[in-house]
Design a protein around this ligand. Structure first.
Ligand code: MRU
Length: 343
């Protein structure tokens, strides 16, 4: 099975990303070496998915701080602080971003010694965040394996696969794990308007891995569930509140309602870095609103009148009562068991 590599270090210590805005037409890579370049890449969704933007931002701080530019320790720490602040503002909903940036900020401040020690500590912490995410994805795959029996059809939304993480994905991890175990498994991928992460990215990476995938428009989801042959719905998350409410790509809530109406189990897969126990409920999660033109245009063509009023939230909140269980790196958890993830 092959997975794409959405991020890596360059030999010189910059960050190389697969530009996801070019998929599926072209596999283009970009080298990012400054905070401004990484902020642009995260804001424009060249690099995206809650866990991956955390990893990318942490690596971006390390890249911008490469040793050898003659800065002193104080200037280096100030650069880390402003870099973390800038990157932290790029996307407000995914808590993984803030979580990863606070980790590199703390690592920098805790670094003993002079300037090169700060750069080394930040790079080591960024690598640790990435390595941990890869392991958490594997564990999510194992925890979710019983949900994907031989012959299963899994319905998903947006892209919560290898392109969205530092490993084999969150929602797609049980699918890949089942496929690797020799089980026959197929995926229904919602197209995911307005930016089409389902049709552009999920279908692309599942195709590369040899997992059968059928793309449907978002408005077809209820009809597809009504046919009665969907084993389960499996989606990722950008932030999960203490009460189990889930912020994920816009359209997830509608899919959860349709799943409940048709008696199909609805699972949310996420690593512990996606849980935010400081948010009591979904209403406390900040929801990113994006440019109206993302909805007003499709493939460069205007699809709504120029003056049309547009509402373009990137995420919605699915109430916890619609979630059957959470597939986490600590196992399959019910809502009342989420407290076990608190550190
Ligand atoms: O706006 P995006 O493409 O970053 O949104 C991504 C999602 O909503 C994913 O479902 C979520 O981040 C889970 S990623 C494993």
């Amino acid at each position: 099975m092959t997975w794409p590599t959405p991020i890596e270090w360059t030999p010189g210590g910059a960050v190389r990303i697969l530009d996801q805005t070019c998929l599926p037409q072209r596999e283009e890579y970009r080298e990012l070496a400054t905070i401004a370049a990484m902020a642009e890449a995260i804001g424009s969704l060249r690099v995206r998915g809650a866990p991956l933007i955390g990893i990318a931002a942490a690596m971006g701080v390390a890249a911008a701080l490469r040793a050898g530019d003659g800065r002193g320790r104080g200037a280096a720490l100030a650069a880390v602080d402003t870099g973390c602040d800038t990157l932290g503002r790029t996307r407000p909903t995914a808590v993984n971003l803030r979580w990863a940036l606070e980790r590199v900020r703390s690592a920098a401040h805790a670094a003993a010694g002079e300037w090169p020690g700060v750069a080394a500590a930040v790079r080591a912490e960024a690598q640790a965040i990435w390595d941990e995410d890869r392991r958490m994805c594997r564990r999510i795959g194992e925890a979710g394996l019983p949900l994907v029996p031989d012959g299963a059809t899994v319905h998903t939304h947006c892209n919560a696969g290898a392109l969205a993480t530092g490993g084999i994905g969150t929602a797609l991890a049980p699918v890949y794990t089942a496929h690797a175990a020799g089980r026959r498994v197929g995926v229904i991928a919602d197209e995911t308007r307005p930016l089409l992460q389902g049709s552009r990215l999920t279908a692309w990476e599942l195709g590369a891995a040899g997992v059968p995938c059928t793309v449907i428009a978002d408005g077809m989801a209820a009809s597809r569930l009504a046919r009665g042959d969907i084993t389960c719905v499996l989606v990722g998350a950008d932030r999960i509140a203490a009460n189990g409410d889930v912020a994920n790509k816009i359209g997830t809530y509608a899919l959860a309602l349709a799943a409940r109406a048709h008696g199909v189990p609805f699972y949310v897969a996420a690593p512990r870095s996606t849980f935010d126990f400081a948010c009591a409920a979904g209403a406390d999660i900040p929801i990113e609103e994006r440019r109206p033109d993302e909805l007003r245009c499709l493939a460069g063509q205007r699809t709504a009148p120029e003056g049309a009023a547009i509402w373009n939230p990137a995420f919605d909140v699915t109430p916890a009562h619609l979630v059957t269980a959470y597939v986490t790196d600590a196992g399959l958890l019910r809502r009342d068991e989420l407290v076990t993830l608190m550190t």
